[in-house]
Design a protein around this ligand. Structure first.
Ligand SMILES: Cc1cc2nc3c(=O)[nH]c(=O)nc-3n(C[C@H](O)[C@H](O)[C@H](O)COP(=O)(O)O)c2cc1C
Length: 320
């Protein structure tokens, strides 16, 4: 497969890949082709949360083409939000059928809906004839069992979808255990839709493994792997220059910090957000446990800035 055919999509990670992250990321790294934004929940009674809409406003997302994602199971509320997104300029939207958390799934949202193919059928039947955006779905193999996928695929086959993004775990697996490549392979061959592979692409060798197993798949969604190693898309596409990595990471970090500083008024939110980022990026450095601990313990903005600067000033080695 030619490298130019490969598309890398930044996964939605609530609390991580928001508009600030996406824009700062695009300023420092290349080769991510698109993003799906973290979910916007339907709110019922025609209510909208403006901060959620700001995250996906096209004027704020000029650097990476971004598709909004909706979490919900009520057709009327979904249509209301889809229409609002269309009015903002979004021709494509995504439906979240993968969220694994019990508080979401127990209300038949996210991966909870995968137990009810008949509800998904009725939902798609009433929604797709009424919205003018095109729809993709982000799914898992099932909620409780990977065999649920076999009941779901014929339902999806009945409807026009942009694509199916499949993370080949079940909902109750959360992020434990290995993604089931065999089940992904079967599902994408049984369906008439195009599939996007998503799950545990963390380096070139995991990417090559997946690419070899599924030669018909050209679109790959990556989440945690791109936060742990922001060069990953460049590495996959063969454009990553080897030099200057620490400097690039430092500049990225500093811009991310400044970006969040403009948004968060209190230190707790700002530092909390940065610590989340470090929880993925930090382990990608060799011999940095002590400096990383200092970052994770920082409570004031000045202390955080000092220890983060020390981290980048130290002779540290980025593992990728
Ligand atoms: C902290 C966190 C937040 C997530 N938020 C979302 C979300 O808003 N919408 C969604 O569809 N998936 C969400 N996911 C799932 C990811 O999009 C992705 O499917 C999963 O992390 C597997 O891909 P990866 O191994 O490349 O990270 C989230 C995952 C994590 C770890």
């Amino acid at each position: 497969m030619e490298k130019s055919l490969i598309k890398i999509i930044l996964a939605p990670l609530q609390g991580f890949t928001d508009v600030t992250f996406r824009n700062v990321f695009a300023d420092h790294f290349s080769d991510v082709d698109e993003a799906v934004a973290p979910f916007i929940p339907t709110m019922g009674k025609k209510k909208l949360k403006l901060s959620r809409l700001k995250d996906i406003a096209p004027e704020n997302n000029k650097k990476i083409f971004t598709i909004p994602q909706i979490l919900g199971n009520n057709a009327e509320d979904f249509i209301f939000l889809a229409d609002c997104l269309r009015d903002m300029g979004h021709k494509k939207i995504n439906w979240n059928l993968g969220c694994p958390f019990a508080r979401v799934a127990n209300k038949n949202r996210g991966s909870g809906l995968l137990l009810h193919p008949e509800k998904i059928d009725a939902f798609l039947d009433s929604v797709l004839s009424k919205i003018s955006n095109t729809l993709s779905v982000k799914i898992r193999l099932g909620r409780l069992s990977k065999n649920e996928i076999y009941e779901l695929l014929p339902v999806f086959d009945k409807y026009p979808l942009d694509e199916i993004i499949l993370h080949p775990r079940t909902g109750i697996q959360m992020y434990e255990g290995a993604p089931d490549h065999y089940a992904f392979g079967e599902a994408h061959l049984l369906s008439r839709h195009s599939f996007v592979y998503n799950g545990d692409i963390t380096d070139l060798s995991s990417f090559h493994d997946i690419r070899k197993k599924f030669p018909g798949v050209h679109r790959f969604m990556i989440g945690r792997g791109l936060i742990s190693n922001p060069f990953l898309a460049e590495i996959i596409k063969g454009t990553a220059p080897n030099e200057n990595k620490m400097n690039r990471l430092k500049n990225f970090h500093n811009d991310l910090f400044s970006g969040y500083q403009k948004i968060y008024s209190g230190p707790a939110h700002l530092i909390g957000r940065m610590k989340g980022f470090w929880s993925y990026l930090g382990p990608s450095f060799k011999k940095q446990e002590k400096s990383l601990k200092r970052i994770m313990k920082a409570e004031s903005i000045n202390r955080y800035k000092d220890v983060a600067a020390d981290f980048f000033a130290a002779e540290s080695e980025f593992l990728y």
